[in-house]
Design a protein around this ligand. Structure first.
Ligand SMILES: Cc1cc2nc3c(=O)[nH]c(=O)nc-3n(C[C@H](O)[C@H](O)[C@H](O)COP(=O)(O)OP(=O)(O)OC[C@H]3O[C@@H](n4cnc5c(N)ncnc54)[C@H](O)[C@@H]3O)c2cc1C
Length: 380
């Protein structure tokens, strides 16, 4: 057993998953988080079957089953509420052996925190910079302290300081989509388990029920079509989606001022950055992905499990990080490209394109959609 001194920077889903995975392999990593608490952004999250499979491998099956809500379908509707396309998640489960879940981010973070050794978790500690040397990494913290590690894992998110130290300024790609996310109560007369989206022209709205009567919902608008600063008013935002019929008419009244929790401009990272010397990046720090496939966190969880695998099985840290990078680049590139493309197709501002898109998708057999999901997300 190699006795590497490992530092994980960042206590988000990727960093916490890495801590869990490394501890399962017998390592004793430290984790530093700049915030004074380990917390989520308070919204919901889709755990694709690949994320679920990896979390089960990390020994968290009982916890995910207890807190996640099993989803049976991923369905897109047009403005009228007529189905455009659906992915049968029951079929995906039957073929892959793993369920797709909706879960509150807070619950996922709690599950991960409960699974690690808190003795090595340091909150309110920020990494200022790192210096990669031949034999390890010197880490300089904001409080003026320094420490030397054999391996450093940068899990510090889309605006990663670690990435900047290693690779310089890598531009983010702006998808030009503004996203509002909400947590609310599921209306009493809504009782379907799935993730549902309405495709409009230059806009989308979606929702997913979760455990304990909670509802996660979101609205996406093309930035060039609307002035995002102007639409921060909830009534105006909901008015933008009032043409959506069907169940959206049930969901929309559940979204109140009390339930609006998060606003983001959707971006991804223009270049995948994995490793240099004894430092390795995981999660959004390495490969931020647009949310259209619901795979950003899933990729971070996969990274975590595979990084621990290679550090355990390869003969030295250099070989391990190289093998990890080789395995991950193609995988995350494929998911990132597909996710960005789906966002552009689902949210086109051209009425003609939207009409053709809807007609085309309606021709696709539902089995083909499920098979494509299995092929795209299956872990490699
Ligand atoms: C609208 C939206 C919807 C999404 N939906 C889904 C979904 O349904 N399914 C899915 O799989 N993914 C989804 N994602 C993607 C997912 O949220 C992210 O990929 C994931 O949360 C990133 O986790 P992370 O741990 O890599 O980074 P982060 O969550 O950003 O965590 C980084 C942590 O590092 C800390 N940190 C930063 N700098 C330092 C420093 N210098 N020193 C110490 N600590 C530091 C930060 O405080 C933070 O806690 C979505 C994203 C968006 C924007």
């Amino acid at each position: 057993m190699k006795n590497y001194k490992i530092l994980i920077i960042g206590g988000g889903i990727a960093g916490l998953s890495a801590m869990r995975a490394l501890e399962r392999r017998g390592f004793h990593p430290e984790l530093v988080e700049q915030s004074d608490t380990i917390h989520s952004d308070g919204t919901g999250i889709l755990l694709g079957f690949n994320a679920v499979a990896t979390l089960y491998e990390l020994g968290l099956k009982n916890e995910i089953e207890a807190y996640g809500l099993e989803l049976s379908t991923m369905t897109a509707f047009d403005e009228e509420g007529k189905k455009i396309v659906a992915c049968n998640l029951d079929y995906v489960k039957e073929k892959s052996g793993y369920t797709t879940y909706g879960i509150a981010r807070e619950d996922l973070i709690d599950i991960l925190v409960s699974s690690i050794n808190k003795k090595y978790l340091k909150i309110g500690k920020r990494v200022q910079s790192i210096v990669n040397t031949e034999h390890g990494v010197n880490v300089i913290f904001d409080d003026g302290s320094t420490s030397f590690y054999d391996v450093v894992v940068g899990a510090d998110g889309i605006n990663s300081t670690v990435r900047k130290s290693l690779f310089g300024e890598i531009p983010l790609r702006d998808a030009k989509q503004a996203c509002w996310r909400f947590m609310a109560k599921t209306p009493a007369n809504f009782n379907q388990n799935g993730i549902f989206e309405y495709f409009g022209v230059g806009k989308r709205a979606g929702y997913m029920p979760m455990k304990n009567g909670e509802l996660y919902a979101y609205i996406l608008l093309n930035e060039n079509k609307y002035d995002r600063e102007h639409i921060l008013n909830l009534d105006e935002l909901l008015a933008m989606c009032q043409e959506f019929k069907g169940d959206w008419q049930l969901i929309s009244p559940a979204l109140t001022k009390a339930s609006k929790v998060k606003f983001d401009m959707i971006k991804d990272l223009s270049q995948i950055c994995i490793t240099k010397g004894r430092v390795v990046l995981i999660g959004d720090a390495a490969h931020a992905i647009t949310p259209n496939l619901g795979q950003g966190a899933a990729m971070g969880i996969e990274d975590a499990e595979l990084l621990a695998y290679y550090l355990y099985f390869e003969s030295n840290a250099h070989e391990a990080l190289q093998a990890f990078a080789k395995r991950r680049v193609q995988r995350v590139q494929t998911i990132q490209t597909k996710s960005y493309m789906i966002g552009k197709i689902a949210q086109s501002s051209s009425p003609l394109f939207c009409k053709l898109r809807n007609s085309f998708y309606r021709l696709l057999p539902s089995r083909a959609i499920a098979e494509d999901t299995l092929k795209t997300l299956s872990r490699r």
